[in-house]
Design a protein around this ligand. Sequence first.
Ligand SMILES: [Zn+2]
Length: 71
Amino acid sequence: MKYLVLLLVAVAGIWWLRQQRRPDHPSSRPPSGPHTMVACTQCGVHVPEAEAVPGQRGTYCSEAHRQRHEG
Ligand SMILES: [Zn+2]
């Protein structure tokens, strides 16, 4: 009987912790981690790596700068 009470307390504690943590970790919140920034070879502006335009001589902030630098 003593172990049954301990088990109930443990389950209740885990349930309570999950209830408390839920507002801190909403699944709908978009990820906002740090992005890797790269510098444009033409103008030096830093842009996120995902938005950078890769070129033969480096990465660029836009297609226009890639063409101006390489063309
Ligand atoms: Zn640029």
